[in-house]
Design a protein around this ligand. Structure first.
Ligand code: FAD
Ligand code: FMN
Ligand code: NAG
Ligand code: NAG
Ligand code: NAG
Ligand code: NAG
Ligand code: NAG
Ligand code: NAG
Ligand code: NAG
Length: 687
């Protein structure tokens, strides 16, 4: 039977229900967070009240999971406000109720426009903070005649449901007779063109706005949303100065309640736990590639996980990268200067505890190490240290191809780019407020938990491959923030002699991270074992995609030890370069196989051991009849790891297997796979 739209809407409803269920009270849960933006002085969730109270005439709303949409939304709001002189409020989608959305244009004098920034998650699903909003727009609001909006979607074209949320929102609003200004922007992470897509959409929209909303453009100059003041009577020794504690509550706790909060929680994404890392080890046997196994101890806290969940690790930046940015900004000698941050706009919330120091902001709060964007250069050019630099930066900002050649292909981050363009001179004219506003806030990194909550209740294992690449004609190692931090910890904890590509302050602010601690929180996922242990499972997890499956297998081992009688077959496909260097947990599988007997089988694909490259999907196909047999017995099918190629190849291979083994037409086999997905028997945990 073809999957009709009814099925899809039922699925959507289930997915929404599941997300609500899994995230209730834990993720973006507002009740206990304490740090959500009090936009309305009364703390009300009434949108109109907040707009009127703050005298705002335009609204930017973002649905964001990992901060990209949030970041673009803030920049857009700021530029919109500066260019057209319209006071603009930028909000998190979950901060308000939307039942009075249709009245905004009437009840807020002179209100102009709502702009949405919508990221897509999961398999075409809303971000956690957008779930309730969609529910309201789609099921509660009826007539949106009069509402004017524009929308920029953030997605990744390697996913099947590309930019599904931007599209779905636009469609819903249009169906309800709202008016769209400009076109739906489609930002594509997959093609690596998010920044360019955004600039093209924004420039087009701004041109249109002048006509359709009769807006007048002003000369743009930077208008700070916050004020940075150097404080002369405080030093880093003073207890109230925040030095990078992950949350204001960690700074100088005063009462017993405060202290209890730090040790027992509740901990969540707004208040991470400083978890001790009790054990680390290197999983590769290679000179220049590394993969870290790390164990986080959550005992004594309210933090619970269940097998298949994710752990979020909150990193800070490396000594090298912090030093380069301080140098680029001419702040090296003032790095420990105490500064106070004050919002100049009642709706602009600064997510950095204050007072603090220049170095703290750079080390602990800003995402300083990824590739610099053309947009950043375009906006920083006004603060160029000299005429030549100004000209240089201007030409790069306006020329996509030149920017690619000089900056992107050189893997330059913000500090590298600034120093390269100024030929080493410090950019002392850049206001620090501009830096805080223009550079994204550092985000936690997620890892698929590789332990089982049944076998280790409050110990979370992580399997992280270290991001460290060199490229031809690029003069530095291109490194990831969190994974090199984990490698630093593993190296120090095991007293290894390893030339580290990056170094970190492992003791953290006031030694609070010493003895190997990092801030973490748990994120629920829907990637779960079947509830019946007898149901067979097929798992495809090459590289670090193996992580959750190690958890699954440990769960099975524990079930066996607990005397569970019927344990279904577990067929695990793992792939890596070769059996000696990067075969993750090589020895452990032998042990699990001993304990699980026939019910466990590991099939490996080593891509660099044979002349022709062999990947997991090839092994899957080679074992087609076995796979089909297990599916007939009701097996669940799991894929974890690289989303771009592997997940797609595996999906296509499964279609092939069904054609081959069941004599289905390709169309019917595709339909069958889709149904597996809909009924949750085909699950993906990909990134
Ligand atoms: C749900 C989920 C589960 C995950 N599970 C796992 C897991 O189990 N194991 C695992 O290893 N990972 C996992 N990841 C990926 C993980 O979250 C991180 O993205 C990854 O570890 C890299 O983090 P990082 O901080 O080291 O790199 P980042 O600092 O975030 O860098 C990201 C990439 O950018 C590159 N880069 C850095 N600087 C530049 C520059 N100037 N120019 C261009 N490129 C640059 C880096 O080399 C790196 O490849 C998961 C992700 C998700 C979303
Ligand atoms: C786990 C995961 C699932 C995703 N699913 C989709 C998807 O189904 N469709 C899509 O277009 N993009 C998808 N994306 C890409 C994100 O929408 C894109 O990276 C976006 O920039 C993220 O914005 P945010 O940082 O504001 O959350 C996914 C990304 C991740 C990490
Ligand atoms: C939208 O407008 C059309 C034409 O004016 C009207 O027929 C329709 O009922 C409106 N739809 C809604 C949901 O108000
Ligand atoms: C980083 O990569 C370079 C180049 O491949 C390699 O020489 C070096 O050993 C790596 N270092 C670490 C710590 O991963
Ligand atoms: C890359 O990192 C290694 C240590 O892992 C270091 O020895 C080497 O000098 C670095 N290369 C560059 C170009 O910085
Ligand atoms: C899987 O395929 C390989 C290669 O053809 C074969 O050696 C192995 O026996 C198969 N395993 C199963 C369980 O069918
Ligand atoms: C887009 O998705 C592909 C597949 O998941 C992934 O390899 C790529 O890193 C993603 N791009 C970004 C910028 O997240
Ligand atoms: C799975 O493969 C089928 C057939 O190749 C394709 O039509 C479908 O879009 C794929 N689904 C995903 C999620 O990649
Ligand atoms: C495909 O499915 C349709 C509808 O269920 C059925 O009529 C047709 O015979 C199937 N074709 C094959 C080759 O399985």
């Amino acid at each position: 039977m073809p999957l009709d739209t009814l099925d899809l809407s039922v699925l959507a409803a289930i997915v929404v229900a599941l997300i609500v269920f899994f995230t209730k009270g834990t993720l973006w849960g507002k009740g206990d967070s304490g740090s959500s933006t009090p936009v309305s002085s009364s703390g009300s969730r009434d949108l109109i009240e907040a707009l009127n109270e703050n005298d705002k005439k335009a609204l930017v709303i973002y649905g964001s999971q990992t901060g990209t949409a949030e970041d673009y939304a803030h920049k857009y709001a700021k530029e919109f406000q500066a260019r057209f002189g319209i006071p603009t409020m930028c909000i998190d989608m979950s901060d308000f109720d939307y039942d009075n959305l249709p009245d905004v244009f009437e009840q807020v004098m002179g209100f102009k426009l709502i702009t949405f920034f919508m990221a897509t998650y999961g398999e075409g699903e809303p971000t956690d903070n957008a779930v309730d909003f969609f529910e309201c727009v789609e099921n509660e609001l009826v007539d949106l005649n009069g509402l004017k909006f524009s929308c920029f979607g953030l997605g990744n074209s390697t996913y099947e449901f590309y930019n599904a949320m931007g599209k779905r929102l636009t469609q819903s609003l249009l169906e309800k007779n709202a008016t769209m200004i400009g076109e739906l922007g489609l930002g594509d992470d997959g093609a690596g063109s998010m920044d360019e897509d955004y600039l093209a959409w924004k420039d087009g929209l701004f041109d249109l706005l002048k006509d359709s909303l009769n807006l007048e453009e002003k000369e743009v100059s930077y208008e700070p949303s916050l004020k940075v003041t150097e404080v002369s009577d405080l030093t880093i020794e003073d207890k109230q100065v925040a030095l990078g504690e992950p949350n204001a509550k960690y700074v100088n706790p005063k009462s017993d309640d405060d202290i209890a909060l730090l040790t027992t929680g509740p901990f969540d994404h707004t208040h991470p736990y400083l978890a001790p890392i009790t054990h680390t080890k290197e999983l590769f046997h290679s000179k220049d590639r590394h993969c870290v196994h790390a164990e986080f101890d959550l005992s004594g806290t309210n933090l619970k996980y269940s097998t298949g969940d994710h752990i979020a690790i909150w990193p800070s930046n490396s000594d090298e990268k912090v030093a380069t940015l301080l140098k680029a900004l001419g702040l090296t000698s003032k790095k420990d200067q105490v500064i106070d941050l004050k919002s100049l706009d009642s709706t602009f919330h600064i997510p950095i505890p204050t007072p603090t120091t220049y170095e703290t902001v750079i080390r602990h709060h800003l995402e300083i190490s990824g590739p610099v964007s053309r947009q950043f250069l375009k906006s920083v050019v006004q603060f160029s240290p000299d005429e030549t630099t100004h000209k240089n930066v201007l030409s790069l900002g306006d020329d996509k191809d030149l920017f690619h050649k000089e900056v992107t292909s050189q893997y330059l981050n913000i500090a590298d780019a600034l120093l390269k363009l100024s030929k080493g001179s410090a950019w002392t004219k850049v206001p620090f407020a501009f830096i805080i506003e223009s550079i994204a806030h550092i985000q936690p990194r997620y890892y698929s938990i590789s332990s089982s909550s049944l076998s280790e209740k409050q110990t979370v294992h992580v399997t992280a491959v270290v991001e460290n690449e060199t490229y031809p004609n690029v003069d530095h190692n291109v490194t990831g923030v969190a994974t090199n931090l984990l490698l630093n910890i593993a190296t120090k904890q095991n007293k290894n002699e390893l030339a580290l590509a990056q170094h970190y302050d492992l003791d953290g602010p006031r030694n609070k991270f010493s003895h190997f601690k990092l801030p973490v929180h748990i994120r629920r996922s829907t990637f779960k074992l079947p509830s019946n242990p007898a149901t067979p499972i097929i798992m495809i997890g090459p590289g670090t995609g193996i992580a959750p499956f190690r958890g699954f297998i440990r769960e099975k081992v524990k079930q066996r030890a607990n005397g569970v009688e019927k344990i279904g077959k577990s067929l695990l496909f793992f792939g890596c370069r070769n059996s000696n260097d990067d075969f993750l947990y090589k020895e452990e599988w032998v042990d699990y196989a001993k304990k699980l007997g026939d019910s466990f089988e590991l099939i490996t694909a080593f891509s660099r051991e044979t002349e022709k490259k062999v990947y997991v999907q090839h092994k899957l196909l080679a074992n087609a009849s076995k796979v089909n047999e297990l599916l007939n017995e009701g097996a669940f099918f799991y894929v974890c790891g690289d989303a771009s190629r592997m997940a797609r190849d595996v999906n296509n291979t499964l279609v092939k297997i069904l054609v081959q083994e069941r004599g289905l037409s390709e169309e019917n086999a595709t339909e069958f796979v889709k149904k597996l997905r809909v009924s949750n028997r085909y699950q993906e945990d990909v990134w």
